[in-house]
Design a protein. Structure first.
Length: 238
C-alpha cells in the first residue's frame, strides 16, 4: 500500500503549523504556548512535536522563512537606479513589515546569529550593507554610518512606531530615524538648530521628512508664495 497520501497530509500539516506559528508569534512573540499553535493549525499537539521538537525550533523555522524574504527584497534592490530611494525605501518597508510582528522584531533585535545554521545574519547584513554603500556613494547617507548603526536604528524605529501608534503619525518615527542617517548640510543646521524636527519657515508647521531629495522648507504652496512676497517686499541693503 502506498504511503504517498500520508506524506501529502504530513506536508499539509507542516504548512498549517508554520502558518499558525507565524500568526501566533507575530501577535504574541515567542512566549505563545505550543498548544495554542496546535489549536490554530487544527492539529494535535503531538503533530506539532513530530514536526518540531521544541518551540524554539518552530520559532527558528518561522523566522528564517521571513528573513529570507526580507533578504531577497534587499538583494533585488541593490541594482535599483536610485540608491537613496532603494535604501530608505527598504528601511521603511522592513519597519512596516516587522513592527507589529513580534517574532520578526524579536529576532532582529536579539541578533540573527541565533539562526547561523542557515547563515541568516551574514545574508541579512551583506544585503543591507550593499544598499548602504550604494546610498553613501551617491551622497545620500553620512559616510561615517556603519551597517550595524543602521540595524540598531531599524530596530529602534520598529519599537518606536509600535509605541506611537495609533495616536502618532504613521511613519514619523522611521522618518526621524532616517533623517539621522542623512548628510548634514548648512541648510539643515539653520532651521531652529534642529535636523530632525524641520518646520515650515513661514508658519512653523512640522514638515514630514521626504525619503529622498532636498529637504522641504515650506508646508504648502501658499507659504512658499508668502515667503517669496516677503523677500521681494523687503528693502534692499544700501
Amino acid at each position: 500500500m502506498s504511503d504517498r497520501p500520508r506524506r501529502a497530509d504530513a506536508r499539509r500539516n507542516r504548512e498549517r503549523i508554520l502558518q499558525a506559528a507565524f500568526e501566533a508569534f507575530a501577535a504574541d512573540g515567542r512566549l505563545v504556548p505550543l498548544d495554542d499553535i496546535a489549536r490554530r493549525a487544527g492539529v494535535g499537539a503531538g503533530t506539532v512535536y513530530r514536526n518540531f521538537a521544541t518551540k524554539e525550533a518552530l520559532f527558528q523555522a518561522v523566522v528564517v522563512d521571513r528573513i529570507e524574504r526580507i533578504v531577497n527584497e534587499a538583494q533585488a534592490l541593490v541594482g535599483a537606479d536610485d540608491p537613496a530611494d532603494a535604501f530608505y525605501g527598504f528601511l521603511n518597508w522592513v519597519v512596516e513589515r516587522a513592527m507589529f510582528n513580534h517574532a520578526l522584531c524579536d529576532a532582529l533585535a536579539a541578533d540573527l546569529r541565533t539562526f547561523d545554521a542557515c547563515g541568516m545574519d551574514e545574508q541579512f547584513t551583506a544585503a543591507l550593507d550593499a544598499l548602504l554603500r550604494r546610498a553613501q556613494a551617491a551622497g545620500s547617507v553620512r559616510p561615517d554610518v556603519t551597517v550595524q548603526d543602521v540595524r540598531a536604528l531599524m530596530v529602534g524605529a520598529m519599537l518606536m512606531e509600535r509605541q506611537s501608534r495609533p495616536d502618532g503619525r504613521p511613519g514619523r518615527m522611521t522618518a526621524l530615524a532616517c533623517d539621522a542617517l542623512r548628510v548634514v548640510t548648512k541648510q539643515d543646521e539653520t532651521v531652529d538648530g534642529l535636523r530632525n524636527e524641520r518646520r515650515c519657515e513661514v508658519c512653523a508647521t512640522p514638515l514630514t521628512a521626504a525619503p529622498t531629495g532636498r529637504p522641504a522648507r515650506f508646508c504648502s504652496a501658499s507659504c512658499r508664495q508668502k515667503a517669496h512676497r516677503r523677500r521681494t517686499a523687503a528693502p534692499k541693503p544700501g
